[in-house]
Design a protein around this ligand. Structure first.
Ligand code: HMG
Ligand code: MG
Length: 363
């Protein structure tokens, strides 16, 4: 796979839905995951094993995991499904389903990967900055089963994601513990995940602004935390602009600080919420810095329950349209994706927040 490939982590089924007040039927969530699996996306965050008292909407994530593990979801290539969890209790709940299924794993053959689909135009190398698209971070090499995601009987890769924050106030509000305590909670999760050959992604929230401590979060704090998480065994850090307070200069400064701390681009992902309409421009800053993994939510769904007023992630359709225009390859079919954005927005009775999605459908 070439260096101009961008890996998009579709977080709509988790980040996109977790904040919806109405109870969403599990069948709708499963249909969302199944439809997304047919667009060319290769990584989908499908749910979370958090306290149902804190985030009731995610309470039926175990049924989604069961479905993924039991059913061979139609997709053009193997897909990695991620599940978010904050503590050992969440891990135990996840494992009670995952281990039960994987004990039957040998009974089924793993389907071979299908041939690659059209992945969009070649990367535009006539950029004014010849170093704008460095080859260091090939998202393709870090993808799906190729990056060691533990595979299930149905051929689906499964990964875990854990989350902490760059500020003490947000860590307390979101997980009822300090940052240091969150790292202590992760240690046994990491140990167990490594024993079970499960990849672990680690989110750092409020990296570019905190709802409780304001817009100026120290980038060195983010870098120190990222180093600690990688040393602990995290396979990837997703740097979260939870509040959407990030701007292009702040994003560039944060990325420089992360690089200066020795963190390679291929161990980083960027996770932008679009509250101030800056998510796309910040994503391009990330692309130019050499990041090749980006989180997004179809239809721009979502918001964090502990970040008041925060809106959804950058819309996947908008990110795909933008990256293709720059010559980056995502492998994603924007038409199929746009239909899903419209469908799920209608199901939830909310506006479709993707400009590119609406425009694609209007063509
Ligand atoms: P706590 O109340 O301090 O937990 O919550 P506790 O350990 O004291 O346990 C209290 C009760 O919860 C007990 O039950 C536990 O068993 C149960 P009881 O004895 O009262 O019946 N419990 C659980 N149940 C199910 N699953 C679990 C679990 N843990 C405890 N995992 C806790 C601490 C961390 C659990 C809680 O604060 C929590 O679940 N927080 C999650 C909040 C959340 O999901 N936020 C959104 C996701 S993060 C995000 O969106 C940001 C991101 O997108 C990146 C970005 O944008 O920045 C990732
Ligand atoms: Mg988020």
């Amino acid at each position: 796979k070439s260096a101009d490939h961008v890996r998009i982590v579709e977080v709509g089924p988790r980040d996109g839905l977790q904040n919806e007040k109405q109870s969403i039927p599990v069948a709708t969530k499963i249909e969302l995951v199944e439809r997304l699996a047919q667009t060319g996306l290769k990584t989908i965050e499908a749910g979370s094993f958090v306290s149902p008292k804190w985030v009731p909407q995610m309470a039926n994530s175990s049924e989604i995991l069961e479905h993924i593990l039991r059913t061979t979801i139609k997709s053009p290539h193997p897909i990695t499904y991620q599940f978010l969890l904050p503590n050992v209790k969440g891990l135990d709940n996840f494992l009670s389903i995952w281990q039960n299924q994987s004990s039957q794993q040998d009974a089924y053959p793993t389907p071979p990967p299908s041939p690659a689909t059209d992945e969009g135009p070649a990367l535009n190398t006539s950029s004014s900055d010849p170093n704008a698209m460095p080859s260091a971070a090939s998202g393709a090499e870090a993808m799906g089963k190729e990056r060691g995601a533990s595979s299930s009987a149905t051929g689906a890769g499964i990964e875990l994601s854990i989350f902490t924050a760059a500020t003490e106030s947000f860590a307390q509000k979101n997980t009822n513990c300090s940052i240091a305590e969150s790292l202590e909670r992760f240690q046994p999760i990491m140990t167990r995940a490594k024993e079970l050959d499960l990849n672990v992604r680690a989110y750092i929230s409020v990296a570019l602004g905190c709802p409780y401590e304001g817009p100026n979060v120290d980038p060195h704090k983010v870098a120190d935390l990222a180093v600690s998480l990688l040393e602990m065994g995290a396979d990837e850090i997703s740097v979260g602009d939870t509040t959407g307070m990030g701007t292009a200069p702040k994003t560039a400064e944060l990325l420089k600080t992360l690089s200066a701390a020795g963190i390679p681009n291929n161990e980083l992902a960027l996770h932008f919420h679009d509250t101030y309409g800056q998510a796309l421009v910040n994503s391009v800053v990330g692309l130019e810095h050499g990041i090749r993994t980006f989180d997004a939510a179809v239809g721009g769904l979502g918001g964090c329950p502990y970040s008041p007023g925060a809106t959804g992630n950058v819309a996947t359709e908008d990110l795909v349209h933008c990256f293709h225009s720059l010559g980056a390859k995502t492998g994603v079919d924007i038409e199929k994706l746009s239909e899903i954005g419209e469908w799920i927005s209608n199901k939830l009775g909310r506006a479709n927040e993707s400009r590119a999605g609406k425009a694609t459908l209007a063509q």
